[in-house]
Design a protein around this ligand. Structure first.
Ligand SMILES: *[C@@H]1O[C@H](CO)[C@@H](O)[C@H](O)[C@H]1NC(C)=O
Ligand SMILES: [Ca+2]
Ligand SMILES: [Ca+2]
Ligand SMILES: [Ca+2]
Ligand SMILES: [Ca+2]
Length: 436
């Protein structure tokens, strides 16, 4: 413990002395790309393929438009964006997909899952004509990417899918596709929530795609979730962390032996049911003490007040106390004529530079205000692990009702991080860099 405290004391002192203040200057805008309804943005670095890390990065942007009633919500991609930074305005985005309605998260698919490296595009939402969501896998090892390979052919109702993570659910060594989803009854408005997986029988999705489904949890995780390994009673468990949007709670689920194929074996604990709607949930070491925290963007619907919370995970996740801290609050969404709005939304931690990470500094948080139309940078005001105070800077005011997702990555490999954010209503993708 002592060396870590000492290192921190030194780093803190250096940070204070080395800069005019503790806060890092905001990044500079490299450029803006016009892209209608830009919603979710991701950058993945392929393990396979030619060239260096910069060449193997791909930017993905999904989009949705309630007005496209015949369903041509597009997903775009751009290979090696870091090789084309000047000018961003001329990025030639290629269409990855136009077969889904209301595309959401674009999730990474590792080569171990199905034999090729790629992405899984999730889709579906509540609005008319957009309720039939899908999980579509693409092989991105080839150009243009091959697919889509539909893994939800056996759906018996319209599901809205927002995330799909490859995880071995039945303990046979094959990665199955785990997912959270929901369905709204069009007459009663009742919402059905379902956490399920598509079983990997070793069949390449390119050759026939009847992946049978196992529902693991009914009425549980519906939008955001993560897989963690957590300790209790001297044992480490495979834990599903659910950010339950409709049930308005944060929960953990586990089984005794890590086999999720029998729903009767699933145990659960409600961590917090006073958060309001959980937009998304994350698992990162925010305070630089080497231990990850759980954190989430949440929205108190009756009071129209959004917050970002963190929970310190106890040594025993089943029996211990999960201590909650408010990292930021008072996010207020714009209102819309039709439908509910919320704020804040998606987030990611980042370091402005490799040097800041190597120095052991706490990460910053890039946060989308979602329906408040803005994006923010939250900076820890101190390097003290016990201090959870953040200073909020506005990175982008899109000027439109809704901003989109955010991501951070050093896309050109110069040691300085780029921030990529979507302006949904204004139809733009913004690219910033911390490079001087
Ligand atoms: C918003 O919620 C936070 C956290 O619960 C609370 O501290 C704050 O006072 C609330 N703000 C308003 C305007 O209700
Ligand atoms: Ca399996
Ligand atoms: Ca299997
Ligand atoms: Ca920590
Ligand atoms: Ca860079």
């Amino acid at each position: 413990m002592a060396p870590r405290v000492l290192t921190c004391a030194l780093t803190c002192a250096l940070t204070v002395l080395g800069a005019s203040g503790l806060l890092v200057d905001p990044p500079r805008l490299l450029g803006e790309l016009k892209l209608a309804n830009a919603a979710f943005v991701e950058v993945y670095t392929a393990q396979r393929g030619e060239g260096d890390d910069v060449a193997r990065k791909t930017l993905y942007v999904s989009s949705f438009n309630p007005g496209n009633i015949i369903g041509d919500d597009k997903v775009y991609y751009l290979r090696a964006p870091g090789r084309q930074l000047a000018p961003v305005a001329e990025w030639d985005m290629k269409v990855l997909d136009h077969h889904a309605d209301w595309t959401n998260d674009i999730c990474y698919t590792p080569p171990e899952a199905v034999g090729f490296e790629g992405v899984t595009v999730t889709s579906g939402f509540l609005v008319p004509f957009k309720t039939h969501g899908k999980l579509q896998v693409f092989n991105t090892e080839v150009e243009p990417p091959a697919g889509p390979y539909l893994l939800t052919t056996l759906d018996t109702k319209d599901w809205a899918y927002h995330r799909a993570l490859w995880h071995d659910m039945d303990g046979d060594g094959d990665l199955d596709l785990s997912t959270a989803r929901f369905h709204q009854n069009s007459i009663t408005g009742h919402i059905t929530k379902s956490f399920a997986y598509m079983t990997n029988d070793g069949v390449n999705p390119a050759d026939s795609g009847r992946w049978h489904q196992v529902e693991v949890i009914a009425d549980g995780p519906d939008v955001g979730f993560r897989w963690l390994k957590l300790p209790s009673g001297g044992k480490t468990y495979d834990v599903l962390l659910g950010g339950e949007f409709w049930n308005e709670r944060l929960t953990v689920y586990w089984t005794e032996d890590g086999d999720w194929s029998n729903p009767e074996n699933v145990q659960s604990r409600i961590v917090d049911d006073t958060t309001g709607q959980v937009f998304d949930v994350f698992y990162d070491d925010l305070n630089g003490d080497g231990v990850p925290e759980v954190w989430a963007s949440c929205f108190d619907l009756p009071n129209k007040n959004g917050s970002l919370y963190k929970w310190t995970i106890p040594d025993d996740f089943i029996n211990g106390d999960w201590e909650r801290t408010t990292l930021d609050t008072n996010f207020h969404p714009n209102s819309m004529l039709f439908g509910e709005t919320m704020s804040p939304g998606s987030a990611i931690i980042f370091h402005p530079s490799d040097a800041a990470r190597d120095a052991g500094n706490k990460p910053l948080i890039l946060l989308s205000g979602d329906d408040d139309g803005n994006q923010y940078i939250l900076q820890p005001v101190s390097q003290d692990p016990a201090d959870w105070t953040y200073a909020r800077q506005t990175l982008v005011e899109t000027g439109g009702t809704t901003a989109g997702q955010v991501t951070a990555d050093d896309i050109d490999g110069d040691g300085y991080t780029e921030l990529i954010t979507a302006g949904y209503t204004v139809g733009k993708v913004y690219v910033f860099t911390y490079a001087p």
